[in-house]
Ligand binder design. Structure first.
Ligand code: AMP
Ligand code: GLY
Length: 430
């Protein structure tokens, strides 16, 4: 069986690693474009994740039996629709469903239409309109915190939690006039009330009819310990039962998960693939912060080390609508992923540093080291090749043990400028 994974991060390495454990005979993995770590499991193909036509050509020529999409950009560009129109099996959200992530305004209106709890919001189509909304006072006075979000995909840089009206107005100007995330993504902005609480990530597989929840995760977004400094793509993540207690989870399923999948059906786009719901657990109950129509990075690393079922079976079932017929089992453990990043990340990461100790760390049998941005030279030397470089991941009976395994392996690894947080799993995680 030939399988193609699209993407090049730690998430895709974890997906490839999990696929490679399949009990099926003759599995051949390809990854486009992949990275140094993925190249140890799959044949890496030099096609960019967003070059959907070249990917479809490749999948046709290589007789790929199933394609798995890691990131949001190809999904938003309609890769699933394109593959399906050519009779190629692919798992992931179609372009209509991908709007839940690719347009925050669409997602907010979707939630309003289907009664899904989320922060109060307004959509503005110009900086003038946005500033007018702020000055009207409907989100509080000039000292009130408010959130400004670019409507479109902005690689995680389009959301500003502004502590005052002055800063919110500055964020609007940055996004809509200065074009800090590109003109297209910020043609519109969403203005939201600021919610307060702990965050949690709930991911699920869906096949258009049924769904299956994954273990709940909590990520750590800020670069610095004690949740300080700028936001990143994620510096670490943990999964454990305590992230959402049973009662809250039941509530979230009833008030959020099922209305979301039902709403998608009612709106004419059945959801298939992986849905990631970012939640804020407020004193008034859980609220949706955002939808992602794909696995998270690094959530995937910590989630998939707990998967006990065959990931090929699961992905195949999401494309065939047969999820209810297969087991999706998770270990009863907790897990953690500690991200090692390059100097300068997230603003201007340095690349090309020599990574030492990777082979030694890889011998720790309790951990999996997923590569996010690495390259291997012809001489076998590992170099950094991205902002986030490695995701050191472990599962164990308790979260403390999982973290210990991770940090023991981290001690083996070194490069000039390596940075990581020593407090993953230790605080609220922002
Ligand atoms: P999003 O991409 O919409 O999830 O936003 C990224 C991050 O910004 C979230 O994970 C939260 O930490 C923060 N955020 C987004 N919306 C809100 C909100 N309404 N209130 C407080 N924080 C928010
Ligand atoms: N870690 C957050 C994301 O993948 O969007």
């Amino acid at each position: 069986m030939n399988i193609l994974v699209i993407g090049s991060g730690g998430r895709e390495h974890a997906i490839a690693w999990s696929l490679a454990k399949s009990a099926r005979p003759d599995v051949r993995l390809f990854c486009a474009p992949g990275n140094g770590g993925i190249a140890q499991l799959a044949e890496c193909i030099a096609i960019e994740a967003t070059d959907t036509h070249a990917l479809a050509r490749f999948a046709g020529e290589k007789r790929i039996d199933l394609t798995i999409v890691g990131g949001e950009a190809p999904l938003a560009a309609g890769i699933v629709d394109l593959f399906e129109s050519r009779g190629l099996a692919i798992t992931g959200a179609g372009q209509s469903a991908a709007r839940l992530e690719s347009s925050k305004a669409f997602a907010k209106d979707f939630m309003a239409r289907h009664g899904i709890p989320t922060a109060r919001y307004r959509i503005a189509a110009s900086a003038e309109e946005a500033i007018g909304i702020l000055r009207s006072g409907e989100f509080g006075d000039e000292n009130a915190s408010v959130v400004v979000k670019a409507d479109g995909l902005a690689g995680g840089k389009g959301v500003v939690v502004a502590p005052s009206r002055t800063q919110a107005e500055a964020a609007i100007k940055d996004l809509m006039i200065e074009g800090s995330v590109g003109a297209e993504a910020a043609r519109r902005v969403v203005i939201e009330e600021t919610l307060v609480g702990r965050e949690a990530s709930l991911l699920l597989f869906a096949d258009g009819k049924d769904y299956s929840l994954m273990p709940t995760a909590r990520d750590h977004k800020r670069i610095g310990e004690n949740d300080t400094g700028p936001n990143t793509g994620g510096m670490g993540v943990v999964t454990e039962d305590g992230v959402l207690d049973e009662e809250t989870l039941r509530h979230v399923v009833r008030e959020i998960v099922e209305p979301t999948l039902e709403g998608a059906r009612l709106d004419g786009f059945e959801f298939r693939g992986v849905l990631f719901i970012g939640l804020m657990l407020t004193t008034d109950g859980a609220r949706v912060l955002e939808y992602n129509v794909r696995f998270g990075d690094p959530e995937t690393q910590a989630i998939l080390v707990r998967l006990q079922s065959d990931l090929i079976d699961i992905f195949e079932a999401t494309t065939r609508g047969t999820l209810s017929q297969i087991p999706v089992r998770w270990s009863d453990e907790a897990s953690a992923c500690v991200v090692l990043a390059a100097r300068g990340y997230p603003a201007r990461p340095e690349t090309g540093a020599h990574i030492e100790g990777l082979d030694r760390a890889a011998t720790h049998k309790d951990v999996q080291i997923f590569h996010a941005g690495t390259k291997r030279t012809a001489e076998g030397v590992w170099l950094t090749a991205g902002g986030r470089v490695l995701g050191v991941t472990a599962s164990a009976e308790t979260l403390d043990h999982a973290l210990q395994h991770c940090y023991n392996a981290v001690k083996e690894i070194h490069w000039d400028g390596m940075q990581y947080r020593r407090d993953i799993g230790k605080n609220s995680g922002q």
